[in-house]
Design a protein. Structure first.
Length: 284
């Protein structure tokens, strides 16, 4: 496996492989890799001839008061994990390599959805995500890209960007990887104290209870939502948002009943201590 740090070097490494007809898979990450990222890498390795894992802590998707400076950075360990699963390249560019003139003036936006849910509390976040992901697609020339469903709004926006802008790439969603306790794996879990980590299970427990209620016939939007809210509050978490939204459009279901053809997903963001966690569950 090679660690490559410049755009030109990655292109020079991948173009001959593409000309040979080899399929290229891309796994975009911000580093601090864990088993959730491992599942993405494994999916790419299984599907593609060549797998590229990008490790880039993208500054333009972080707000002024967010955790950019303290976000875990460990390229050597990340590269070892990627190699152990079968990745062929780790692309680890510097900020100056990706943005040589500072923050880019040309940005990719989804004006309809970027300010909803996570975007409402993280202004500019999804604009930064879509911009860097589009750059990684163009740099790598990948045929396939892999994203985890924990960031449900993110992968929805990326899929829509690919369709709207005619990127010649196939997006693959990979299911959420959880600890045995049910907590969704996240690099930010490292910020939790043991006590906060135990309490944060209120999120996954609430989602499980809401799904069980739905499977038992509950269709009331507010009752489904409140099941999750109550579980988080009971575990002394701070709810940022809990919303029942459409899997097809990501638009919120207002108070009322879910219909027989409504495919919904519950989106959650909550704080335990100072750590913000997100999670979701589909209702099918």
């Amino acid at each position: 496996m090679q660690i490559i740090k410049t755009i030109d070097s990655l292109r020079q490494a991948l173009k001959p492989l593409a000309k040979q007809g080899k399929s290229i898979g891309l796994v975009p990450t911000m580093g601090a890799l864990h088993a959730g990222h491992g599942a993405l890498i494994k999916a790419s390795v299984n599907d593609c001839d060549v797998t590229v894992v990008s490790v880039f802590l993208n500054p333009i998707q972080f707000g002024k008061n967010e955790d950019l400076d303290k976000y875990p950075k460990r390229l050597e360990a990340d590269a070892k994990l990627a190699e152990s699963i079968g990745a062929d390249f780790v692309f680890a560019p510097s900020v100056e390599e990706m943005y040589p003139d500072g923050d880019p003036l040309t940005m990719v936006r989804d004006e309809a959805l970027e300010s909803l849910y996570c975007g409402a509390y993280r202004p500019g976040h999804f604009r930064g995500v879509l911009t860097v992901v589009s750059k990684l697609f163009l740099i790598s020339g990948a045929d396939h890209a892999y994203f985890g469903e924990k960031d449900y709004q993110q992968v929805f926006l990326i899929e829509r960007m690919v369709k709207d802008l005619c990127f010649d790439i196939q997006i693959h969603r990979v299911k959420i990887v959880r600890e045995e306790s049910g907590l969704a794996l996240s690099s930010r879990n490292e910020y939790l104290t043991d006590e906060e980590k135990a309490r944060s299970l209120g999120i996954s427990l609430g989602l499980k209870q809401a799904k069980e209620a739905y499977d038992a016939g509950e269709r009331g939007v507010m009752k489904i939502r409140d099941t999750v809210v109550k579980s988080i509050l009971a575990n002394r978490g701070q709810v940022q948002f809990v919303e029942v939204v459409s899997q097809k459009t990501l638009q919120k279901f207002n108070a009322g009943m879910l219909g027989p053809d409504d495919k919904a997903v519950i989106l959650v963001a909550a704080f335990f201590g100072k750590t913000r966690l997100i999670d979701n569950i589909e209702l099918n």
